[in-house]
Design a protein around this ligand. Structure first.
Ligand code: NAD
Ligand code: UDX
Length: 480
């Protein structure tokens, strides 16, 4: 029986290994982590992450061929294939701070593998890492090898949160990079055999190590670039009277462009896009490719511009001040169907409004008060580190209250902001919300999920990203 061990029981390690265990009943899969509480949650009734369909997969194979454990050394020692799916956040200090990937967690995992191994192993990079990381890992392993042979593979993960299980069941492609030696090719084949249990062979792509590592950064950069492109267009739409949803639809009909990933928004969030582009920028700079670095940097600049623009629009339309005004924030997660708040645009929007002394009442169906207070008190990039490695909760801010109901959030508010596209926000009773708000009552839809005309009929002053503006907004001060 092949034994797999995955180091890192997070958003990637947990779901990915659960699906491997489900699809390969003859493979024993152990997922290990330094976090005792995270492992306890994986073994309990309340899984540590919210992901549609995940619970069903875990309950089918947990205790059968899927195990969650903190006994890292034992499971690594026994494994034939070791996946490393630890976090690789942006460095916050020292060389490359604010751009380069922090490989501390990766390096400590690699050193631990070297220490405890007593049989040959395939070590798989599942985390997103800078191109050439495999070379560094190889050095750590071989310089501490005690005659043990290691093959390093790059097998980046392309799942998106909220759709992780369906992405894993039916991936567009699985990418495996390895050394172009007979041993390297044998290792690639061994990993291919695992995925071949459910992924059609023509969707399993094999490359050299560096292409696989770089493809992951490139894929995220291309996806994020699409969002910044449509968001840049949204600003022009507002200035000209065009409607960004109509423009997206029209350009998406071109089969060379395609319809997906063209939703204009308050900005992209999530733990991957910004971090991976910054990492890409850093690698370009280290290779003397300033123009290439500047090109990708612009994707992040436009994303920051979009978040600022949204805050400025709110403040300027409310007579240029939100001081002391209650503003309801509907949605805090970085997208729907997840409780993840890493790099969520809601953090920047809320901080912008708090900076103008607003009082916020926040509701998200999946994010706890503790998490929201922590996110709003942290410095940039600090929230990119795992929650259990973060300091204790800060004292709750008096300007922020967190409630468990959208109507309560909006009661007596001057404005409502939609920051996450949760389905339940589409079907709220907006007449009821309007009746209980201060007047004039504003709605700022940062996800373009609401029926603007209907809201205007109710009496709201409406701003929806990239849509033709109310005369009210046209008359208020020009925004940046
Ligand atoms: P995460 O923070 O949710 O999980 C990482 C886990 O690794 C944590 O639970 C942490 O405790 C554990 N860990 C860290 N060091 C360890 C060690 N030495 N030994 C044992 N456990 C250790 O992160 P994630 O979202 O699962 O991301 C993991 C990697 O996958 C990152 O490189 C990320 O860029 C990449 N990725 C993430 C996504 C996503 O949607 N979240 C998608 C594709 C790729
Ligand atoms: C992303 C990649 O999609 C995935 O392949 C990779 O493995 C990890 O990073 P994720 O961050 O989980 O996945 O979610 P994604 O669906 O890509 O959304 C990222 C952000 O972009 C979210 O804030 C989302 O709301 C935003 N977005 C997405 C838009 O604003 N408009 C869109 O059209 C699509």
């Amino acid at each position: 029986m092949v034994k797999i061990c995955c180091i890192g029981a997070g958003y990637v390690g947990g779901p990915t290994m659960a699906v491997i265990a489900l699809k390969c009943p003859k493979i024993e899969v152990a997922v290990v982590d330094i976090s005792v509480s995270r492992i306890a949650a994986w073994n309990g009734d309340q899984l540590p992450i919210y992901e549609p369909g995940l619970e069903d997969v875990v309950t089918q194979c947990r205790g059968r061929n899927l195990f969650f454990s903190t006994d890292i050394e034992k499971h690594v020692a026994e494994a034939d294939i070791v996946f490393v799916s630890v976090n690789t956040p942006t460095k916050t200090q020292g060389l490359g701070a604010g751009k380069a990937a922090d490989l501390t967690y990766w390096e400590s995992a690699a050193r631990m593998i070297a220490n405890v191994s007593n049989s040959n192993k395939i070590v798989v990079e599942k985390s997103t890492v800078p191109v050439k990381t495999a070379e560094a890992i190889e050095k750590i392993l071989t310089h501490n090898s005690r005659e043990i042979k290691y093959q390093i593979l790059s097998n980046p993960e392309f799942l998106a949160e909220g759709t992780a299980i369906q992405d894993l069941f039916n991936p567009d492609r699985v990418l495996i990079g390895g050394r172009e030696t007979p041993e390297g090719q044998k290792a690639i084949q061994a990993l291919k055999d695992v995925y071949a249990h459910w992924v059609p062979e023509d969707r399993i792509i094999t490359t050299n190590l560096w292409s696989a590592e770089l493809s992951k950064l490139a894929a995220n950069a291309f996806l994020a670039q699409r969002i910044s492109s449509v968001n840049a267009m949204s600003a022009l739409c507002e200035a000209t009277g065009a409607d960004v949803t109509q423009v997206s639809h029209a350009i998406g009909k071109d089969t060379r462009i395609g319809p997906r990933f063209l939703n204009s928004s308050v900005g992209f969030g999530g733990s991957c896009f910004q971090k991976d582009i910054l990492n890409l920028v850093y690698i370009c700079e280290c290779n003397g490719l300033t123009e290439v670095a500047n090109y990708w940097k612009q994707v992040i600049k436009v994303n920051d511009y979009q978040k600022n623009r949204f805050v400025n629009r709110i403040v300027s339309s409310m007579f240029n001040t939100v001081s002391g005004k209650k503003i309801a924030i509907l949605g805090f997660a970085f997208k729907k169907d997840t409780g993840d708040t890493r790099e969520t645009p809601a953090i920047d929007v809320c901080k912008g409004l708090l900076g103008d002394k607003a009082k916020l009442s926040i509701y998200d169906p999946q994010v706890t008060e503790d998490q929201i207070q922590r996110d709003l008190s942290m410095k940039k990039f600090d929230w990119d580190h795992p929650i259990h490695l973060q300091p204790m909760s800060p004292p709750a801010s008096k300007q922020v209250s967190v409630v468990w109901d959208a109507y309560q959030a909006a009661k007596d508010a001057h404005g409502v902001c939609i920051l996450t596209e949760w389905d339940e926000f589409k079907t709220l009773d907006y007449q009821k919300i309007f009746d209980n708000m201060r007047k004039p009552a504003y709605i700022f839809d940062g996800r373009n999920i609401l029926d603007v005309e209907k809201l205007r009929e109710i009496g709201f002053i409406v701003y929806s990203i990239g849509k033709p503006l109310d005369p009210w907004h046209k008359d208020t001060l020009a925004v940046a």
